[in-house]
Design a protein. Sequence first.
Length: 408
Amino acid sequence: MTRRHTLAMASLLASCQKPDAANTYMKLVLALGVHEPSYVDAYYGPPQLKQQAENENLTLDQIRDRAHSFLSSLDEPNVLRRQFLVIQTKSLVKRTEMLSGRKFTFDEESQHLYDTVAPVIPEATFEKAIQQLDSLLPSKGPIAERHALYRNSFNIPADRVDACFRAAVDESRSITQKHIALPAEESFEIEYVKGKVWSAYNWYRSRYKSLIQVNLDLPVEIGRIVTLAAHEGYPGHHVYNTLLEQHLVNGKGWREFSIYPLFSPQSCIAEGTAEYGVGLTFPAVSSLAFHEQILFPKAGLDPKQAAHYLKVLSALASLSHAVNQAARQYLDDKINRAACQQYLERYSLMTAPKAEQRIRFIEANRAYVITYNHGQDLIRTYLAKQPDQWKAFEALLSSPRLPSTLKS
């Protein structure tokens, strides 16, 4: 055997002995999921890996050490894939430290877990938006009371929620399919639940199937219907997970995308694209037509009120960042729980029950709140540079990009 052949054989043996990056990454996520079940939001990889993680039951220190070892030995030629594995794994390390008792400020946690930090928005910005909203609401008196009365008048009767939601799902799917080629077998089931800290949730099942649960703890306002259909379904979470499985897991063999760690940078892309997808699917003009012609009649509401109602919702959009402010101050011990609720009621104009539900979400998920509004801002900035919004949106849903890699 020549020296050339000897070197070639050595190289081949080395590559065969190289640890599988996808399996190693999935094992780390599954191992942490043993300590924190909610950390693993979806998994459809080899069942034996999950069983192995449960049987091995690594300590948090062991998971952290193995993660560091993985990072030091990772050898992946594809830049975006390597960046994804590195950034996601570094986030996992910080999550192990948090579960071990280490404390981070809200912004430190945001950076460590989600690869980005939401900006601080002055209360004066919220006050300005509230003044604009004040001019749109009927009658006189405290704006919080008038706002609550106005919004409550657009709650859907419980027996009409399903018909409205399915109509919005059908419409959002029809629009999405005009721009994105989806697998023929994709679909999802709809379930209505209670006793949750979230308003809706997408549970991805693999093979292009999802379960979408809608929480009926609080009345469902008609303005939420389109948002939920697009955010959880088309072109949101269901499409995002479907395209990752189709293009990355099945198309490229990148099996690490068959697991989704919730408290990770990937969530900023998932939630950001789902939020952005609402407006992409239902821009102002078509949204008004759909509400007037379909949703309001199905809900038994007056279609003549739709235009003004949507104008009120548009004015409210800039108040979404008030949740980040409330969470930042509450989790950094700058304000107590009662003050956090007051902040949400004042600057987000939430009703007391809604503010209470949001605080429970903040307590359960902490800095995750930034993935929605700040995530949407990151996606909007990225897509603004692209000539074809839908084409770029589809490419983003099918890619390993994370917040910091949107800039590259």
